[in-house]
Design a protein around this ligand. Structure first.
Ligand SMILES: Cc1cc2nc3c(=O)[nH]c(=O)nc-3n(C[C@H](O)[C@H](O)[C@H](O)COP(=O)(O)OP(=O)(O)OC[C@H]3O[C@@H](n4cnc5c(N)ncnc54)[C@H](O)[C@@H]3O)c2cc1C
Length: 394
């Protein structure tokens, strides 16, 4: 096996695989790609613990554009990921996202965001409580002052198939996965020259990409940079409802920040824990109390038949949480010009994977963004302490 790659990705889950995919698909890139990933099962990666949905309803144009490209990628998923006539089954369900407004202030904010969404071609619409009751008759619309609904382009999919689609295609196109862990990064004259692996092996690199999810800060420290990304606990619960709901159940977000959606014959849900501290890197525990104390009373408030539900299963997860502004950090810092961040996605790294993989490939191949200009999401904003205000965070 080679001991030098033009590009080395630290981490080979959704983001590392997307970077490898776009580099190996790009005819202008003629280098080699090595991906260092210690856990081929991905048991402890966010990618295999996500809730697998995609939306256009962001408030910042760059996030809307990033997810719209994710939707385009999904539209052509088979063609994009086919290897020898086979592609994974994505099982996409277009249901829309429904944001419920609890106060007039929520409603005004939703409306303001809708205008930005329309400018970006995302045809979201405001609903009155009566319209919510007519379209989603299982809901108690007296609890809300209105809502905003996305198009049926928004929806959910099989996240594992999504990730494996571009991982398998990248491997087929020549990317090399190496089962090992990066424990250090060599630096010389302001450049990352290679990575040191747990096995003792050293691999020289032309560029190093930080795709280590919740552990991204540890990788940044290896090149002497600070990164405001930390693991935060996010538990997913699946529940069964005694009463069958025949209508569409979009991914619904309550004013309390609890979200739920249909998942096959059941429903999937989660919430932002209160309080929401940083957790240990190896803490993937379920927080069982959240279901009884926070989620159940909230979902039953808006959907009365959810008064009679039973938990089917639950799993622990981590967000790679950017404490400055919850948004992606992409690109290099001047101190180490060939060390590229793709970190801090919080709850939307799967849907952002295609656009981010393509953008990192552009930075490496051309030295600039060529499609979506993501410079507003650069590492420099961290240093300047200038958050990107994305108000639609779940
Ligand atoms: C509960 C939950 C729900 C979510 N729902 C959604 C959703 O609906 N839609 C959406 O778009 N996103 C969602 N996300 C977010 C999404 O899962 C992540 O943003 C995305 O998977 C990030 O991928 P990643 O490759 O950056 O990180 P990860 O999947 O965490 O992968 C990082 C990889 O780096 C490896 N690594 C770590 N340290 C090292 C090292 N030293 N050397 C080499 N490799 C290393 C790890 O082994 C791991 O495989 C959700 C996340 C959670 C937890």
């Amino acid at each position: 096996m080679s001991d030098a790659y033009d590009v080395v990705c630290v981490g080979g889950a959704a983001i590392g695989a997307a970077v490898a995919y776009y580099l190996t698909e790009n005819p202008d890139f003629d280098g080699t790609v090595g991906i260092i990933e210690p856990d081929p099962s991905y048991e402890l990666a966010q990618t295999s613990r996500a809730q697998n949905s995609i939306r256009e309803q962001f408030s910042h144009p760059v996030n809307i554009a990033i997810s719209q490209y994710g939707l385009d990628f999904i539209d052509n998923f088979v063609e994009n990921t086919e290897v020898e006539g086979q592609a994974p089954e994505l099982n996409y369900r277009g249901t829309g996202y429904l944001f419920l407004a609890g106060t007039d202030d929520d409603l005004a904010l939703f409306h303001e965001q809708m205008l930005v969404q329309h400018e970006c071609g995302a045809m979201t619409r405001m609903l009155t409580p009566a319209e919510v009751a007519a379209e989603f008759p299982y809901m108690d619309a007296t609890q809300i002052v209105g809502a905003r609904m996305g198009t049926m382009r928004e929806g959910s999919f099989d996240g594992w198939a999504f990730f494996q689609g571009y991982r398998q295609r990248a491997i087929h196109s020549g990317a090399t996965y190496i089962t090992d862990r990066v424990i250090d990064i060599d630096i010389a004259a302001g450049r990352a020259t290679g990575v040191v692996l747990e096995s003792g092996r050293r691999i020289a690199a032309g560029h190093v990409v930080n795709a280590a999810g919740p552990r991204a800060r540890l990788i940044a420290e290896m090149v002497g940079l600070d990164l405001p990304v930390e693991p935060r606990a996010r538990t997913s619960f699946v529940f069964d409802c005694r009463t069958k709901i025949e209508h569409n159940v979009p991914l619904t977000i309550t004013p309390e920040g609890v979200h739920f959606r249909r998942e096959q014959h059941h429903f999937m849900t989660g919430a932002v824990p209160d309080p929401d501290p940083a957790i240990a890197y190896d803490d993937w525990d379920v927080r069982p109390d959240e279901f009884e104390e926070q989620i159940w009373p909230t979902v039953a408030k808006y959907v009365p038949v959810f008064d009679q539900i039973g938990q089917v299963t639950a799993w622990g997860g981590q967000y790679a949480y950017n404490t400055l502004d919850h948004n992606l950090i992409i690109g290099a810092a001047p101190e180490v010009a060939n060390f590229i961040f793709a970190n801090g996605f919080s709850g939307h790294g799967l849907q952002q994977g295609p656009a981010v993989g393509r953008a990192v490939n552009e930075l490496i191949t051309y030295g600039e963004f060529r499609t979506i200009d993501m410079s507003v999401l650069s590492y420099e904003r961290i240093r300047r302490n200038e958050p990107v205000h994305e108000k639609v965070v779940i």
